[in-house]
Design a protein around this ligand. Sequence first.
Ligand code: SAH
Ligand code: SF4
Ligand code: F3S
Length: 439
Amino acid sequence: MTAPKKLYIKTYGCQMNVYDSERMAEALGASGYVETGSPDDADMILLNTCHIREKAAEKVYSELGRFRDLKDAKPDLKIGVAGCVAQAEGEEILRRQPMVDLVVGPQSYHRLPEMEAKAGKGVKALDTDFPEEDKFERLKSRPKAKRGPTAFLTVQEGCDKFCAFCVVPYTRGSEVSRPASRVLAEAQDLVERGVRELTLLGQNVNAYHGASDTGEMTLARLIRELAKIDGLERIRFTTSHPNDMDDDLIAAHGEVEKLMPYLHLPVQSGSDRVLKAMNRKHTAESYLRLIERIRAARPDILISGDFIVGFPDETEEDFSQTMALVEAVEYGQCYSFKYSTRPGTPAAERAQVDEAAKDDRLQRLQALLRDQQVAVQDRMVGKEVGVLFEKPGREAGQMVGKSDHLHSVFVEGEGLSPGDLRKVRITRSASNSLAGTLL
Ligand code: SAH
Ligand code: SF4
Ligand code: F3S
């Protein structure tokens, strides 16, 4: 028997890339690869890239440059670029970095094993098509290996929203939902392999509209079906768009016990003028009303969000409206970014805000978001929460897991194992985590 070949995958960007990397590793497993944690002993290096902000492509080129010595020492080493930079740059990557053997866009991963075989024969392979077939269906199914307690499951991909700043509709293509039966079968399989918490993924996950025997299924209906799976204890989903939060999905937050009280609902800005220029198709007020309705259904829900500061033509007055919206919502967790010009998107052509103003606004926004995060976390002290334990903590006898609200919680507990779901009383709030005692 020949020794297995080694695959090193480095993943950038969003959770969908994490999920895709797992699926690619499994597909290449069928071609004789096992994963390794270091590029040094790899037979194949795959960079799964992100294009969301500037310099992402440059980062990929410089990362590739670092592999040149490895390639010189081992000419058989294959180097591949996958993900959103592969989609956006395509052939340019092969031109600029001749040592790259294959370039594969996110919708063509099912063709990866063929491409790997081609590269093995010394032929460069490039695929950035948007084929009709369901790549996940065609990717070799997951082997029956044991899994950790949490897993991602992509249910929807692509985006038709075309926010004026964003590359995703171009790199991932238009919205496609996987059929409900395949999602349910994959969920069942994951649960049989030890998974107790699933996070459903999609660029616009709440726009999910998968085919099912009884007509099209919404995300809310899919969640209600998933909740019937014995052994699956927790369901989460990300990322949602405010315009796709329908009544049934809001109601599900109050009705489905397994649906966790955490919602990532990006708004990007608190200024209607900026929201309009961003092509978000909602207002600050409609977003605030939506949050009110969600909190009415599930009062303890933790809201998380994304913000962009310094979008073209954003004034100090626009920015103060963003700060006011943040004050009104009280976020438990947030990501905030300086606007970054993406070639080919409408906003790239507009008057840019100067860098110093962007820096200043980002600092002020992040200070406020940080205060809110700490306040929300501190208020957990004394409360009883569910914790799904994932791994040992830094200190002996300690285990760490995630609370219902997605806070990291450290607990001293004899006999706890990964996968245990227990009630915990929160006793202390630290900088980025909570501590508690088992009940
Ligand atoms: N589909 C999701 C998120 C997509 S990208 C949604 O609609 O919310 C994740 C985040 O990156 C976005 O929410 C946005 O805040 C940020 N982002 C996207 N494009 C950006 C750009 N050009 N510059 C800065 N931030 C950007
Ligand atoms: Fe990008 Fe907007 Fe689509 Fe989100 S909804 S992926 S921000 S275009
Ligand atoms: Fe990045 Fe592509 Fe995800 S651009 S954020 S990896 S969809």
